[in-house]
Design a binder for this molecule. Structure first.
Ligand code: PMP
Length: 429
């Protein structure tokens, strides 16, 4: 595989951009080798600057659930651009998207649009603090909620990959209000709540974490958190930036039947444009300025081009609920194929799967939290990543990220990925 153009670009990029990238995991630091510079994408494929083609299992880290360059989204964006790219005023499109979000995610009665998942979670925590008059919140090790200061404590995703789960630059003053619990451990959460009686504003979590690889909530965990929050007057926040509109129209909360007070959203909601949102119970959302005292704003929030892309995406998902069954089947086939290969080769690596999300962990431990995820052999994952790439399959360049499938994947693609997986495992072991 010739990647000389990507190599030259990466070398030059490092002169002007820290590490040559605008988001750390893109640098391939965890897997070695030079990152690919992508020129264009279509359906299930990415094309790099050397015109190599890859079957794509990142999908822009989640947003492209319909595959790349979907005609309805592309058309909506082009039409919006023709009307002007930003006004900084209310627009009809913002009303439309807010309305469809509340239909798809019934726990969201009112919603505020922002520009990223990071902004959504930062704003939701501020709101929960303003609403309850309390300062502390609980998060789970290995969950990632964007790069807001108070979340960079035992953070997942790129923060684990880069070995910086606790970032320098976060003051001890900020860090002391973030309490940490192990995921799936209700007893530990109860102990924390007891030890900080009437001081905890919120419990925030990825209801199905994708940022330490894919981990599933154990039976009763989400229900237990709901009950505890009700008893203690704590705001329960589901961070559905990854899972929202992906696991179901109504996200993980629909799949597991547990209703949070606030939900943070991102990725799919923008159809590939920079969009995030937070929403929930009217009573809490009405604490947001200008009706309430909790301040939050944005020059480009609700941007008309971004809203057009998001609206086209959500409209499509709303009108085609059958895609979720289709994605579950696609994911099921892929995981069954991978598991068959593992069995044939006598390997006991762990897999996790739900709908269009999937992870293969290079550990024999069942992965249920940060600690078990960290038992994975990351050096071996790096070799696996390169061996898959050589076979034309582009995976997230870290053990601690979920794979994201799209509706653009056909049976043929799945068969190719299963073949590549077998070839790659044989090559590296
Ligand atoms: N929350 C979760 C669950 C995420 O997965 C991410 C991003 N991967 C974020 C928040 C932050 O979103 P963004 O990168 O858009 O700021």
């Amino acid at each position: 595989m010739d990647i000389k153009n990507s190599k030259a670009l990466f070398s030059n990029a490092q002169n002007f951009i820290p590490g040559g990238v605008n988001s750390p995991v893109r640098a391939f630091k965890a897997v070695g080798g030079d990152p690919l510079f992508i020129k264009r994408a279509e359906g299930a494929y990415l094309y790099d600057e050397d015109d190599n083609r890859y079957i794509e299992l990142i999908n822009s880290w989640g947003p492209m659930i319909l595959g790349h360059n979907h005609p309805e989204i592309k058309e909506a964006v082009i039409k919006a651009v023709e009307m002007g790219t930003s006004f900084g005023t209310p627009t009809a499109k913002e009303v439309d998207i807010a309305e469809i979000i509340t239909k798809m995610v019934p726990s969201v009665e009112k919603v505020r649009m922002v520009n990223s998942g990071t902004e959504a979670t930062m704003s939701a925590i501020r709101l929960a603090r303003g609403y309850t008059g309390r300062d502390k919140f609980i998060k789970f090790s290995g969950n990632y909620h964007g790069h807001g200061d108070s979340f960079l404590i035992a953070a997942g995703s790129g923060a684990i990959t880069m070995g910086e789960p606790n970032s320098p630059g976060v003051t001890t003053g900020t860090a002391k209000d973030t309490l940490l619990a192990p995921y799936n451990d209700l007893v530990a959460v109860k102990e924390l709540v007891d030890a900080n009686k009437d001081e905890i504003a919120a419990i925030i979590l990825e209801p199905v974490p994708g940022n330490m690889g894919l981990v599933l909530p154990e039976e009763g965990f989400l229900e237990g958190l709901r009950k505890l929050c009700d008893e203690e007057g704590i705001v329960l926040i589901f961070d559905e930036v990854m899972t929202g509109f992906r696991l179901a129209q109504g996200g993980a909360q629909e799949v597991f039947g547990v209703t949070p007070d606030l939900t943070t959203m991102g990725k799919i909601i923008g159809g590939g444009m920079p969009v995030g949102a937070y929403g929930g119970k009217k009573e809490i959302m009405d604490y947001v300025s200008p009706v309430g005292p909790v301040y939050q704003a944005g020059t480009l929030s609700g941007n008309p081009v971004a809203m057009a892309a998001g609206m086209a995406m959500l409209n499509y998902l709303y009108k085609h609920p059958e895609i979720y069954d289709g994605l579950e089947k696609t994911g099921g086939k892929l995981v069954a194929g991978v598991r068959a290969t593992l069995q044939k080769m006598g390997l006991d690596y762990s897999t996790t799967h739900l709908g269009s999300m999937y992870s293969l962990f290079f550990t024999s431990e069942k992965v249920t939290d940060f600690e078990t995820a960290m038992s994975s052999d990351t050096a071996l994952f790096g070799k696996y990543f390169q061996a898959m790439l050589k076979r034309g399959v582009y995976l997230p360049p870290s053990q601690f990220e979920s794979l994201f499938l799209s509706t653009a994947l056909t049976e043929e693609h799945i068969a190719q990925i299963i073949d590549a997986n077998e070839g790659a495992l044989k090559e590296i072991l």
